[in-house]
Design a protein around this ligand. Sequence first.
Ligand code: AMP
Ligand code: ZN
Ligand code: FE
Ligand code: FE
Length: 277
Amino acid sequence: MQMQQRVDLHMHSCYSDGKLNPNQLIDLCAKAEMPIISITDHDNVNGIEEAIVYGNQKGIQVIPGVEVSTDFEGIEVHLLGYFFDYNNAHLKDFLNDIRLMRRKRNELIVSKLNEMGSKISFVSIESKVSSQTTIGRPHIANELNEEGFVNSYYDAFIKYIGDGKPAYVKKTNPDIREAVEQISEAGGLSFIAHPGKALRDDTLIRLINKGIDGLEVIHPSHSDDDIEYFTGIAAEYFLLICGGSDFHGGSKNDGKNFGKYSVTPVEVANMKRRLFS
Ligand code: AMP
Ligand code: ZN
Ligand code: FE
Ligand code: FE
């Protein structure tokens, strides 16, 4: 029997909080014999071009992807976009504004940490990544760990920068509706990322009414029960399905997930059918 081909539509590169660059990710996907993939950096499409070019060389189709942090009724909901024009000026401006908002917030977090005795600087964090990168709390956690101000990456979240902790500053996210519209105007499809336990029942239905095209059904955080539930909802509301490993290059103890969470070329064909019908 031929093994079903694996399609991983959720992973992060060094253009957000992943460890590997797009080419290194593609090399791993080639080794795993994946015919189609998507790199979905947080609020960032800057790695897509090089991924597509290198993917072509390796015989891998790279679908333009992004994971946008959005606001829905005061909670942060991650929205995955696929198949948009990654050169669309409005979409790029929209994502740029989000990164500027993040920058202000990161500076506030760093100044709180400085008041608490840490000597890290935002300039030093920025100097370690490309100017095209989305910087977030994971980068701050790594910096605190390197400084020795905390005992580990996770310790940084537990003691200082996790939600509600002393150096935490809430991020200002765009409304989910706006993100859905931006992706749609750029010719793409939007999916609710890892809905899990938090986004179920009434909340999920209200989210679906925001105009999303599909649900991320396959994700490391989902139990078998979650997968069954979201598959049922997708069928009931005529939604598309996506899924993937949310691999960050091993930087979040996620090395074991790569290759284990995937959909198939059938889900991608369904997306294309939706786009071109
Ligand atoms: P940001 O988008 O800058 O708010 O950063 C969010 C990211 O920080 C999440 O995607 C996680 O990777 C990481 N994160 C948030 N809270 C925790 C936590 N308690 N432990 C470990 N990682 C966390
Ligand atoms: Zn991430
Ligand atoms: Fe996410
Ligand atoms: Fe992700």
